[in-house]
Design a protein around this ligand. Structure first.
Ligand code: ATP
Length: 496
């Protein structure tokens, strides 16, 4: 029996995470042979499988476990008017400042908030005496510059003695939309005919609202869900996969009567929070709900679900839950001329449905799951004598049904008859499980490799297997081993 004597989280900062994900084939920097490409990442075999498992799990929870949801896979490109109607072309921007010496760009609100977080309450009180403007005083006191204008941020910087201010450009807006052209012949960008790779997946849902409603004969309340890529011209490109210029979202838009918004909002907020705990296995103490104090003009309430990222020094957003009123469907109705009203038979009332949105970042979930579950452990083998040395392993204790590889199949040695038997067993298990085969290195090293990538079970075939038709199943979490008949392997492989 093995006894774990010490266990601690492995990810201490972003660099450790970045190195681990690359070394273990989960995530690679994009275009590395050309020196890399800022804020874009590629997913290897294991990273891809993990991402797909999260996506499937989300889909099961949000769509397949209910009768009021359907899926959609809309295109990345939409009519450019979509982004005018949604307000993205005029409003979807962050505020940029740039260090003139280093040419490093920053999101102005974030660096100034960081600066204010280092100040004591008394210091902030003092800064507030330097201005009579209530809005500026509020920003300073609350250390919150969300939705502030470039001018307001600049004023806060001046009042609070922001260091090295003269070496920064003045804050200015920076559009997050990526622009391109379709069908051009000479490669020059024609701004008047620009198209935008989608900045969020939900716009495709609004554009298809009527199609889906009619073809699936749905009644309000119902929801449309979709997963897929989104593209943003992000300013900050130094947070690994937390903030990238190409990323994946899992979004759900729930259409309802305005009177039902409050009760449904509570319901979805709880459902979504439960998903992280019950389905992804995240400790509730690492999650929190953050209420938006400043709301978009059309929104009635908004919350973020945040995770305490050790690598990013604190709580950061994973998901937004928003009550968006009828703004989306109304704007598209105005811009397109299409009537988006719904006739509610039960209420005998015509109205534009209101939208409740839940929007998760898939890549951020990958990052969270690795951070939450990767442990460095020390253990001893109790069966050996007491002087036995302490052994070490790195283990990804991810929920078994989310593990990229479910079962590793290992021959004890490279003898052809063992390899033959092992591959035969793998073939049987392939129908139900994602498996991998490994014959290189000592069996101990191979167990360590599988522990590190989170494989819940190893099936080891030894010379006795050729005689007694039994194999050994090793469990990742407690390292216990049991010998079972080959014909019964599947009943021992439990996935939560
Ligand atoms: P943030 O405040 O972090 O920029 P946001 O509020 O702009 O995020 P939303 O527009 O609400 O984000 O998008 C929904 C989700 O999509 C976010 O909660 C996040 O998980 C994910 N997401 C948004 N932008 C990015 C990005 N650049 N890279 C990775 N994931 C992202």
């Amino acid at each position: 029996m093995f006894k774990i004597v010490n266990s601690r989280k492995y990810i201490s900062d972003l660099e450790v995470l970045r190195a681990w994900t690359k070394e273990n084939g989960f995530i690679y920097p994009s275009s590395e042979i050309y020196g890399g490409f800022s804020a874009v990442y590629d997913y290897g075999h294991l990273g891809y499988l993990l991402k797909e498992n999260i996506k499937r799990n989300w889909e099961k929870s949000v769509v397949h476990s209910r009768n009021d949801m359907v899926l959609l896979d809309s295109a990345i490109f939409m009519h450019p008017k979509t982004w005018h109607a949604s307000g993205h072309v005029s409003n979807f921007s962050d505020i940029l400042i740039e260090n003139k010496k280093t040419n490093i760009r920053y999101r102005a609100d974030h660096v100034v908030e960081d600066w204010l977080s280092k100040k004591t309450d008394q210091e902030l009180e003092y800064f507030c005496t330097k201005t009579a403007k209530k809005n500026i005083q509020e920003m300073i006191k609350k250390r919150d510059l969300d939705k502030s204008t470039p001018e307001e941020i600049y004023e806060v910087m001046k009042i609070t003695d922001f260091p090295d201010l003269e070496n920064f450009t003045k804050p200015r807006t920076f559009s997050l939309m990526i622009k391109t052209n379709l069908g051009i012949t000479d490669g020059t960008i024609d701004n008047d005919n620009a198209v935008f790779p989608r900045a969020e997946t939900c716009q495709g849902i609004y554009l298809n609202f009527k199609n889906v409603l009619q073809t699936y004969r749905l009644k309000i309340p119902f929801g449309i869900a979709q997963t897929g890529k989104a593209f943003r011209n992000e300013i900050i490109a130094r947070q690994f996969i937390f903030r990238t210029r190409e990323f994946e979202q899992m979004e759900m838009q729930y259409f309802l009567h305005p009177n039902d918004m409050n009760s449904k909002f509570e319901e979805w907020k709880n459902l979504r929070l439960d998903w992280y705990v019950n389905e992804l296995g995240i400790s509730p103490s690492n999650l929190r709900l953050k209420k938006h104090e400043k709301l978009a003009h059309y929104a009635s309430q908004a919350f973020d679900i945040e995770y305490k990222f050790e690598s990013l020094s604190g709580y950061k957003e994973l998901e937004g839950i928003h009550a968006r009123g009828d703004w989306d469907l109304s704007s598209h109705s105005k811009m397109s001329g299409e009537n988006m009203e719904y006739y509610d038979q039960q209420r005998n009332e015509k109205y534009i449905p209101h939208v409740l949105e839940t929007s998760v970042g898939l890549n951020r979930c990958v990052m969270m799951l690795i951070e939450e579950n990767l442990y460095e452990e020390e253990f001893i083998n109790n069966e050996k004598d007491k002087n036995t040395a302490i052994d070490k392993r790195i283990v990804l204790k991810i929920k078994k049904n989310l593990a990229p590889i479910q079962v590793a199949i290992l021959p004890l040695s490279k003898k052809p008859e063992l390899i033959h038997k092992t591959l035969e067993i793998q073939q049987q298990l392939r129908n139900r499980f994602i498996t991998s085969y490994d014959e290189t290195g000592s069996i101990g090293k191979r167990y360590r490799r599988q522990d590190e990538i989170g494989t819940p079970y190893c099936v080891t075939v030894d010379f006795d297997s050729l005689e007694d038709n039994c194999i050994t199943i090793r469990n990742r979490d407690d390292m216990t081993q049991i010998r079972v008949p080959i014909s019964e392997i599947q009943s021992y492989l439990m996935f939560d």
